[in-house]
Design a protein around this ligand. Structure first.
Ligand SMILES: Nc1ncnc2c1ncn2[C@@H]1O[C@H](COP(=O)(O)OP(=O)(O)O)[C@@H](O)[C@H]1O
Ligand SMILES: [Mg+2]
Length: 364
């Protein structure tokens, strides 16, 4: 059953449109990330769900209830903010107890509820400390504890890990996934970090320029990006995106750009020739073999593999990933080819739609 539904939701601040025509249906118990670059409308979307902003038009429901006119306190949600927003003068225990106190939960019932959450988040030994006596990760846990203590129907999290260092972020990602599995609650998680979205989510809602671009499980977003924006945003290093020309030759489609010509397809029925974009993941650029000479520009050694940037005739640069055992030097000329059966084709423009039929682009 859908638990959270946005139906054609628009949000304007004065004349400025922040969210446009959002349709999104989140299942009960799902972990959904809203992922996109800064300013694309993620926080605004989450705040509308929380009741901190109101849609200019459209409908939002939680459970079976339309919540458009419900204040935050009546929505059975809890929100964790990027800033943690802990009360500095209160102990950890009082911070966690605060939502209970505000709702008039009797003192005698608060104790066991706080103890349960503290145990779950490993905060029990820290209950009497003040926030300033905690590390960033511990403060983040307290903010989570405050959200968890009421056992709300839906959790909303806005970039909750962005103030932590890389190692701690990794640990907290795993903890959040485990917490979600244990609680089985619906979670809506805002992030600009594709790694967080890819590793934690059941489904990712990719947003760009006020609009939802794709809503699908992580593997699908990676393998079958719905458009050029999603293709370029998901994946590290980014997909190579090459502008060029698409034409039908006999019974097949060819993509050409400078010295590159790649057979593609099959394409969707209404695909037309003309300007288009070829997308090639770094793992589908075959370096060291093939017909095209390429000059090595940069080799980045990550330890378990090398990221290699090459330039071909005409100045086009592409990125590939190869085993760490390769030892090409900058300036060296090597051979390369594009694994054409794994290439993606998009219509021209920043959000040009996918033109090739998806399953064919999946590498076996
Ligand atoms: N209260 C507001 N008044 C005016 N503009 C706003 C307000 N809140 C957000 N915006 C604008 O709406 C756009 C989307 O913001 P936001 O949802 O915070 O983006 P994100 O969280 O994806 O970075 C931004 O351009 C932002 O400047
Ligand atoms: Mg934001």
């Amino acid at each position: 059953m859908a638990d959270v539904v946005f139906k054609n939701v628009h949000k304007k601040f004065g004349d400025f449109i922040a969210v446009e025509g959002l349709d999104l249906s989140i299942e009960e118990g799902e972990f959904v990330s809203l992922l996109g670059p800064s300013g694309c409308g993620k926080t605004t979307t989450l705040r509308m769900l929380a009741g901190l902003e109101f849609p200019s038009s459209g409908e939002i429901s939680i459970g079976d209830r339309v919540v458009n006119d419900l204040p935050p306190g009546k929505r059975d949600i809890a929100m964790v903010f990027q800033s943690y927003a802990l009360y500095p003068h209160m102990s950890v225990e009082k911070n966690i107890a605060y939502p209970l106190k505000k709702r008039g939960v009797p003192r005698s019932e608060q104790g066991p509820m706080i103890a349960r959450v503290a145990e779950m988040l490993q905060l029990t030994p820290l209950l009497s400390r003040k926030p300033r006596q905690l590390s960033g990760g511990q403060q983040q846990r307290v903010a989570l504890g405050r959200a968890l203590v009421r056992d709300p129907k839906v959790f909303l999290l806005d970039e909750p890990l962005s103030n932590l260092d890389a190692k701690l972020r990794g640990i907290m990602r795993a903890e959040l996934v485990e917490l979600h599995q244990r609680l089985g609650r619906t979670m809506v998680y805002v992030t600009h970090d594709q790694l967080e979205a890819m590793t934690m989510s059941d489904r990712i809602a990719v947003m760009y320029d006020k609009k939802l671009q794709q809503f699908a499980p992580p593997q699908e977003v990676y393998r079958e990006p719905a458009n050029r924006f999603v293709a370029g945003f998901i994946g590290m290093p980014s997909m190579n995106l090459i502008d060029g020309d698409l034409s039908q030759e006999g019974d097949r489609w060819m993509f050409r750009s400078g010295s590159i010509s790649v057979p593609v397809g099959p394409l969707v029925a209404d695909a037309r020739g003309g300007e288009a974009c070829l997308g090639v993941r770094p793992e589908n650029l075959l370096l060291g073999e093939g017909p095209t000479p390429a000059v090595v520009q940069l080799v980045e050694r990550t330890g378990h593999e090398n990221i290699v940037v090459v330039e071909i005739e005409g100045g086009l640069r592409m990125t590939g990933r190869v085993p760490a055992s390769t030892d090409w030097k900058t300036g060296e000329t090597i051979q390369m080819s594009i694994q054409s059966e794994a290439a993606h084709v998009f219509a021209a423009g920043p959000t040009g739609r996918r033109l090739n039929i998806a399953s064919v682009a999946v590498r076996p």
